[in-house]
Design a protein around this ligand. Structure first.
Ligand SMILES: [Zn+2]
Length: 282
């Protein structure tokens, strides 16, 4: 029996790595699949993993019809045994329904990979529909850590270094690969930094390309009072490559435990707090 399986987790949980591994395993057994993604960090029509693997993929757009895509392949005489669908949180509910229909009526296995919730802790529409329709949900066990060392369960968005919980669900973010939040007390900041902004192990809803770099995190600490920055988050909105942030606002992403997500305490905020308390004793 074919299955619709939803592999889900926070940023940094290795979804794209598993997507690539899954396709490899099936291909090695003589099965032929199609790989889809939406807004991958490596650019359109690429599926890439944080670990450096990268393959060609088909870019999913608002108008993409999975039923038609598979039909066209088969009419051209090419077998389709499975689909690997990365960044599935960005697919529309209707597109998820197409995937379920393919499983039921054409016996194609569909492996969908995506983030569960956005920076507001709300389900992405695509992920919600997958929860409703999938034959099986697999919560990825590759754990990522909050700056405090607890298991990271939630995705946070920062704008100019300040954590926000309102705004459009999809906004281009920064990858901050060169260490956006490095240097916190326990050295785990790099974890958060590499998670920032891209969609697989990166942003809950962000896209690692495009927006400027965060530089170092002190830039964020200097603009803590700039609450107005939230208003500049006008990019994306369902079109991962379609928007951009304002010239000054830097959007980034970080994984946190629930406690620190609720307290809005990012690695940079915690570092500021610890610096402040240190000064009491000096
Ligand atoms: Zn924490």
């Amino acid at each position: 029996m074919a299955e619709l399986v939803f592999f889900t987790g926070t940023m940094d949980s290795g979804k794209s790595t598993l997507a690539l591994q899954t396709d490899h395993n099936y291909t090695a057994r003589g099965r032929r699949g199609l790989i889809f993604t939406r807004g991958d960090r490596a650019g359109a029509a690429r599926l890439s993993s944080r670990l450096g693997l990268e393959v060609n993929a088909r870019e999913v757009f608002d108008h993409t019809d999975f039923w038609a895509e598979v039909g066209a392949e088969r009419r051209a005489g090419r077998a389709v045994d499975h689909l690997v669908c990365d960044e599935a949180q960005f697919y529309s509910p209707y597109q998820v329904e197409q995937l379920a229909r393919l499983v039921d009526e054409t016996e194609i296995d569909v492996f969908a990979f995506g983030i569960t919730t956005d920076f507001r802790t709300r389900l992405f529409p695509g992920s919600a529909r997958l929860f409703e329709l999938a034959d099986r949900i697999e919560v990825l066990q590759v754990q990522s850590l909050c700056w405090c060392g607890a298991r990271a369960t939630h995705n946070a968005r920062t704008v100019d270094g300040v954590m926000v919980t309102e705004g459009d669900q999809v906004v281009i973010g920064d990858t901050a690969d060169d260490g956006g939040t490095d240097g916190d007390a326990d050295g785990r900041g790099t974890n958060g930094a590499t998670g920032a902004g891209n969609t697989d192990d990166g942003g809950a809803d962000g896209h690692g390309r495009g927006a400027g770099r965060t530089g170092d995190s002190t830039a964020g600490s200097g603009t803590m009072a700039d609450e107005a920055s939230g208003g500049r988050m006008d990019g994306g909105n369902g079109a991962p490559h379609g928007g951009s942030t304002g010239p000054a606002a830097v959007v980034a992403y970080e994984v946190l435990c629930r406690r620190h997500h609720m307290r809005r305490m990012t690695a940079a905020t915690a570092r500021r707090h610890s610096t402040a308390s240190d000064s009491l004793w000096n």
